[in-house]
Design a protein around this ligand. Structure first.
Ligand SMILES: Cc1cc2nc3c(=O)[nH]c(=O)nc-3n(C[C@H](O)[C@H](O)[C@H](O)COP(=O)(O)O)c2cc1C
Length: 332
């Protein structure tokens, strides 16, 4: 008996779980494994060096699954922005009809996707931005609480309050994101009015995730204490794994007079972060992880993970239903 929500109906998936875009991690083998297991896998466009490489990745994914999958386009603050429109065009040409947008104002992309009959899920971290996304005409929001890996915004509001506010104030469906890693989390966010859950860190630590085994084992050995916020003082906060490099960045930011991006540029370079996943050295650079690590104790296949999440969420939801009894049966 599957859990049916407006997300499962909108996307044509069995389990209301989305694997959020993840730089260097959201590649065909993981995306296809998530979609084959009944969730929604999402390819990360900017992991591909250019739009044509994204075309190849989409074709590769399609060879591995006949189930729906999406493409994430993350709009970064950048002096030389990537060719966002080019990535979007290629994905639409290749038949992708589900997009996750994140970061800076995605208005132009949303208009393009909607004109091409696509479903758009926009990721945001505040109720204000969620409302702006709804006005833009996106189909659903993905609301990232303070618990999340990556960019939680600057307002530090946890999912419990964000999601409950969304339930009464956002007129369109929303999925919950940040710190969700098991069936209990999925059941909890459904109770908070979400139509599904978005997970990042949990999917990094699966058999099909492309990162080095050492890093997966490091996640299993870590807990919710093992992340740190960098770029706080630059107003571009990012929750990353607490290692030598991220602690050095925080120390530089804490110096009297603060720090400029130039002061930490070399330490935080994306190329170094990518090497962490290739070499399996958790101290080589900055890598993204969320406090959901406290809930991750294994490295399952995506199939086993999603089957367990679905089963556990169903059991919890049924159990909660049993708490409600007729007045005459309630022994006070
Ligand atoms: C390794 C990693 C890389 C990520 N890269 C991106 C990205 O490029 N774009 C994006 O929108 N979100 C990115 N995220 C955020 C996830 O899509 C998701 O919102 C977040 O992981 C949810 O929090 P959780 O990790 O607690 O589940 C990344 C997360 C991780 C763990």
């Amino acid at each position: 008996m599957p859990i049916v929500t407006s997300l499962t109906k909108m996307l044509g998936i069995r389990i209301p779980v989305v694997q959020g875009g993840m730089q260097w991690v959201g590649v065909p083998q993981l995306v296809a494994a998530v979609s084959n297991a009944g969730g929604l896998g999402v390819l990360t466009a900017l992991t591909q060096p250019n739009p044509e490489a994204l075309r190849v990745a989409i074709r590769e994914t399609r060879k591995l699954t006949d189930k729906p999958f999406g493409v994430n386009i993350t709009l970064l603050p950048s002096i030389n922005p990537p060719d966002y429109a080019g990535y979007a065009k290629v994905a639409v040409e290749e038949g992708v009809r589900i997009f996750e947008t994140a970061g800076n104002n995605p208005k132009k992309l949303v208009e393009y996707f909607k004109a091409n009959g696509c479903k758009v899920i926009h990721k945001c971290t505040t109720i204000r931005h969620a409302k702006a996304g709804a006005r833009m005409g996106v189909d659903a929001l993905s609301i990232d609480g303070f618990e999340c890996a990556g960019h939680p915004g600057e307002e530090d509001i946890g999912g419990l309050v964000l999601l409950a506010r969304a339930a009464s104030e956002i007129g369109i469906p929303y999925i919950a994101s940040g710190g969700i890693a098991n069936g209990r989390g999925l059941a909890a966010v459904l109770a908070l009015g979400a139509v599904g859950a978005n997970m990042g860190t949990r999917f990094m630590c699966t058999v099909e995730s492309p990162i080095h085994q050492n890093i997966k084992e490091k996640i299993v050995a870590s807990n919710e204490q093992d992340t740190v916020h960098i770029f706080r003082t630059l107003h571009n906060t990012a929750r990353v794994y607490k290692n030598k490099i991220s602690q050095e960045v925080v120390a530089i930011e804490s110096r009297p007079g603060g720090a400029k991006f130039e002061d930490v540029r070399e330490l935080v370079s994306g190329a170094r972060g990518r090497k962490v996943y290739e070499l399996g050295d958790p101290d080589y650079g900055i890598w993204t992880a969320g406090i959901g690590m406290g809930l991750i104790h294994d490295i399952p296949t995506c199939k086993d993970l999603l089957t367990t999440i679905e089963r556990d969420a169903e059991e919890i939801i049924r159990g909660l239903g049993q708490m409600v009894v007729p007045e005459r049966q309630a022994k006070l």
